[in-house]
Write a protein that binds this ligand. Structure first.
Ligand SMILES: *[C@@H]1O[C@H](CO)[C@@H](O)[C@H](O)[C@H]1NC(C)=O
Ligand SMILES: *[C@@H]1O[C@H](CO)[C@@H](O)[C@H](O)[C@H]1NC(C)=O
Ligand SMILES: *[C@@H]1O[C@H](CO)[C@@H](O)[C@H](O)[C@H]1NC(C)=O
Length: 299
């Protein structure tokens, strides 16, 4: 097992040199890439470049099943949700926006991942995502001209994967005004209407194919279990996830109907995660109640 992993990593640089030599001359055709907006679940290293961020994925265990097994900026042992979806579609993995080596050629070949630990739907963070994306668009227009740029941005895939921070690190924390200003339902309406305006803004900027990933059973994360009297999942929090997912599905269907040539797809992660929590033995998780999901080291 160890040996095959090592072989893979030595082959990679050779492959990359080969690909650079064989790069086709760019004509009018543009490649299909992904732009990813999200939180820690799809971060591929932006948090590592934010030296003042509290949420850092530079600790052991992160990355143990990825590349050379060292922490790589992902808040996971292996691939993120966005990695898995993109790999499935055969699209290149976009580099982190804050990667110092990011340039216009890399963006044209691979897209960009803006996701960062702590990101959310409410305007404080999502407006920043939109601003960064607008900067990227400016750069690409200068490079390939407005017409090719329009084509590039309309063919691209957009993955939006956030929402849990808006609840877990805002609404559900009594230190913030949102927790006593809103009820569960009115907070969800507020988040959904913000998501509505942000997705329309993304469409106005040229995005046509958008996938949005909803919330998992947030009440089962260790922090929420601590707040329940018996250490079990906190049902009131899981109800918030379900209510949000239901409204988000409706919103995405509405947007697809209203906005010409658009496709807004909802990715439901709830049942998938619930299965893992209910039957950890069926998957390879051995504990779902500790501060990390523990997977056996030898597989
Ligand atoms: C959030 O941003 C959107 C789009 O820019 C705007 O329409 C909306 O009013 C903002 N909401 C708040 C609460 O600031
Ligand atoms: C979706 O559209 C329906 C029908 O117009 C409307 O009743 C509903 O409130 C909309 N939901 C969202 C979340 O936009
Ligand atoms: C929708 O697609 C058609 C055909 O590609 C195109 O002519 C039209 O301008 C598009 N409309 C919008 C709003 O993107």
């Amino acid at each position: 097992m160890k040996n095959t992993k090592r072989n893979k990593t030595t082959i990679l640089p050779i492959l990359m040199i080969f690909m650079i030599i064989n790069l086709p001359r760019r004509t009018c055709s543009v490649s299909v890439v992904q732009f990813i907006f999200g939180d820690s679940l799809s971060d591929v290293g932006n948090n590592n470049y934010l030296t003042r961020s509290l949420a850092r994925a530079s600790l052991p265990w992160y990355g143990i099943d990825f590349g050379n097994g060292m922490p790589n900026g992902r808040f996971t042992n292996g691939r993120t949700i966005a990695d898995i979806v993109g790999d499935y579609m055969g699209l290149p993995r976009p580099p982190a926006f804050l990667d110092p080596s990011l340039n216009d050629d890399m963006i044209l070949e691979n897209g960009v991942n803006y996701a960062s630990g702590g990101g959310g739907i409410l305007n404080e963070t999502s407006s920043l995502f939109i601003e960064l994306f607008q900067g990227t668009q400016e750069m690409i227009r200068m490079k390939i001209g407005p017409e090719s740029a329009d084509k590039f941005f309309s063919q691209a895939r957009y993955v939006v994967c956030m929402g849990s921070n808006d609840y877990i690190n805002n609404y559900l924390l009594p230190v913030y005004a949102d927790s006593w200003t809103y009820t569960g339902d009115s907070f969800t309406n507020y988040v959904i209407s913000t998501l509505d305006s942000q997705l329309r803004l993304l469409y106005a900027l040229g995005a046509r194919k958008v996938a949005f990933f909803g919330l998992g059973p947030m009440g089962c994360i260790p922090l929420q279990r601590l707040m329940s009297s018996d250490g079990n999942c906190r049902e009131s929090t899981n109800k918030l996830s379900k209510g949000f997912n239901k409204a988000a599905l409706q919103l995405l269907n509405n947007l697809t109907n209203i906005l010409p040539n658009s496709s807004f797809v909802f990715g439901d992660a709830y049942d998938y995660f619930q299965d893992i929590i209910d039957q950890p033995g069926k998957t390879w998780f051995v504990s779902v109640t500790q501060t990390v999901l523990v997977a056996p080291l030898e597989r």
